[in-house]
Design a protein around this ligand. Structure first.
Ligand code: NI
Length: 254
């Protein structure tokens, strides 16, 4: 079964048909879903969904784009929410230097570090969002050698992927790997060993070819698995099996 390691089913784009869609994922070959959150308030909504669906798990964290109001109270809430039995990761956390309106870089870095510390304390893996912030993301990750994680929607170089692999981290690919201009992402995928690969849609965004431009959902994981299988020279079935095993091991799901 396909393991969706990163989708945002709490997004308003799913308001009209969320239950229907989630109930139909198994028919699309999708067996498990991890849905990260972007604030403590949002994490409550995601955990409520995890309580409703047996195949659905949550990440608890504050996203760099949503950290403007982060303070010690929100951190305390995260600490509490992370104890939920269906919380399998701290995420998504990290740095986003792409949008000018995002909170200042130094503040993002503080929020990232405090949540890395929370992951260490709770012994949970982290889901890292790194957009246009490769060097600083790597620096912070290296400060927490006990914390393991995944760089989601990987957009760094093959060289950086090698550094992360040395640290014991996972690399996860979205539909971007299917895009025509994805040379750099394909090169990164080439250097990631099979046992460190995970797949995700990042739904509702980032639909893979041939669904590009439409609302994304986990049934489109198959296109990402196909593309990665082609890059690695194995069958799509093998790729689905391997990425499922990797994600179960990473998130500690039996
Ligand atoms: Ni995301």
């Amino acid at each position: 079964m396909l393991f969706e390691t990163h989708a945002h089913y709490d997004d308003e784009q799913f308001d009209a048909d969320r239950d229907e869609l989630l109930s139909s994922l198994a028919d699309g070959g999708v067996g498990l879903v991890v849905n990260p959150s972007v604030t403590a308030e949002n994490a409550k909504k995601v955990l409520a969904m995890a309580e409703k669906y047996p195949f659905f798990y949550a990440g608890v964290g504050v996203h760099p784009e949503n950290c403007a109001n982060y303070d010690e109270h929100e951190l305390a809430q995260l600490r509490e929410l992370a104890q939920h039995p269906k919380c399998v990761a701290i995420g998504e956390i990290g740095l986003d230097y792409y949008w000018e309106e995002n909170p200042p870089r130094e503040f993002q870095q503080r929020v990232f570090r405090e949540q890395m510390e929370l992951a260490r304390e709770r012994n949970l893996p982290v889901i890292v969002h790194d957009r246009e912030a490769h060097a600083d993301s790597l620096t912070i990750v290296k400060e927490f050698p006990e914390v393991k994680g995944v760089f989601h929607c990987y957009s760094g170089s093959a060289e950086m992927a090698k550094e992360l692999l040395k640290l014991g981290w996972m690399i996860s690919f979205t539909g971007v790997v299917t895009y025509k201009n994805a040379r750099k992402t394909v090169e990164a995928a080439e250097v990631v060993p099979l046992d460190r690969l995970m797949i995700e849609t990042d739904a509702p965004y980032m639909s893979p070819v041939p669904r590009r431009g439409t609302r994304n959902d986990s049934c489109n994981l198959i296109y990402i698995a196909e593309k990665l299988a082609e890059i690695k020279g194995i069958s799509t079935e093998e790729m689905i099996r391997i990425t499922e095993e990797n994600a179960k091991r990473f998130f500690g799901i039996k």
